[in-house]
Design a protein around this ligand. Structure first.
Ligand code: OGA
Ligand code: NI
Length: 364
């Protein structure tokens, strides 16, 4: 399998260039099967109420002097992890200016001339750099997006020379952003550990602790699309790592979260991060917490930029359901695996719903 990961199976088409060329019809490679299209409705499904949104959590409440407010907030987070796999957080401690700057430098990056971006063209070996596809299967359907992917942690994998040098502020902003967002991931990891009835450092240690925990940033760029009903910006998937902190665009929605047969379009709250549970926390929590399928829709009027910060276990650590969460009534649901092996799947096949975590289910 490693051989087929060395290079892309077909010439890469930059979706942004395609969009800017003024085409009226999208190439067939981007046309999804009818069941995967944004407007497809199963006969049993109903339209979600317009005002439903994923839970919103004010992290400042965890510092309240009133114990009942602190307890209630922990409970709402716990419920969100069990039932939604998604929530938004405000008053999270990351500077709003830094968030805006991060979005700004990346928007500017994608608006550089193509030659500038091509200097960072990526390959499927590490995925680092400027890319336009996930997965290496020849003839696979493509998503309507380009991206930039970089490693932030563990430190030996961080190589700022692989980050854009234009716009001038990019490297500095990414480094500052990474530092702040890692702090927030660490804080959330503690909250989740406590909510699972474990010691506060439990998940942090199981994921490799200070020296091994991984973190990557993927900046997604979704160009305007002339036929948004036929394609997706990012196909349905769950995130392979521990948890993801998503900084969405301020003025255009796109992220959809699965709830049964329905897809709920998330309405981003100003200055919030969208947090979602990844497959590794589903495995470690023995499915008490869920990594939930999500996808991205595009539109013909506005481009969209999002920054997905993936917090991951160290690559060579065996991840399996926590002994503390395995009981006679609830035996271990998943077989142990390492994140490096696990990630090879999405890197080969591209986004494929929840098929990967399902494949880890222990035989009964
Ligand atoms: C992702 C992702 C959502 C978005 O990058 O894994 O789900 O809104 N992104 O861009
Ligand atoms: Ni995702």
């Amino acid at each position: 399998m490693s051989n087929c990961l060395q290079s892309w199976p077909e010439p890469i088409v930059r979706v942004q260039a395609l969009s800017e060329s003024g085409i009226r019809e999208i190439p067939s490679r981007f046309v999804k099967r009818p069941v995967d299209r944004p407007c497809f409705k199963e006969t049993t499904s109903h339209v979600k109420e317009e005002n439903i949104n994923i839970p919103l959590i004010d992290l400042e409440n965890l510092k309240s002097s009133d114990e009942s407010i602190r307890d209630e907030t922990m409970k709402v987070i716990s419920q969100a992890c069990r039932e939604w796999g998604f929530f938004q957080v405000v008053n999270h401690g990351v500077s709003h200016d830094l968030m805006a700057n991060a979005r700004g430098v990346w928007r500017d990056f994608f608006h550089l001339p193509l030659e500038e971006k091509q200097k960072f063209a990526n390959s499927p070996v590490t995925y680092e750099g400027y890319g336009s596809r996930l997965g290496v299967e020849k003839g696979g359907k493509l998503d309507w997006s380009d991206y930039f992917f970089l490693h932030y942690l563990p430190e030996p994998l961080r190589d700022e020379k692989k980050w854009p040098f234009l716009p001038i502020a990019c490297r500095k902003v990414v480094a500052e952003y990474g530092e702040e967002v890692v702090k927030l991931c660490e804080r959330l990891t503690k909250i989740l550990s406590i909510n699972l009835g474990l010691s506060e450092d439990y998940l942090h240690n199981k994921f490799g602790g200070d020296n091994e925990i991984g973190a990557c940033l993927r900046v997604n760029f979704y160009p305007k699309c002339p036929q948004p009903d036929l394609t997706l910006g990012l196909s349905s998937h769950s995130d392979p790592g521990d948890m993801t902190l998503l900084l969405p665009d301020t003025d255009v929605a796109g992220l959809q979260v699965r709830g049964g047969n329905d897809w709920l379009t998330v309405k981003p709250v100003p200055n919030a991060f969208i947090v979602n549970i990844g497959d590794q926390i589903q495995v470690l929590s023995n499915a008490i917490y869920k990594s939930v399928e999500h996808r991205v829709i595009v539109n013909s009027a506005k481009e969209r930029v999002s920054l997905a910060f993936f917090y991951n276990p160290g690559g060579d650590i065996l991840i399996k359901p926590a002994d503390e969460l395995v009981t006679e009534d609830r035996p271990a649901l998943y077989l142990p695996t390492t994140f490096n092996k696990y990630r090879a799947f999405i890197r080969t096949k591209g986004p494929s719903g929840k098929s990967q975590v399902e494949s880890l289910k222990s035989p009964r």
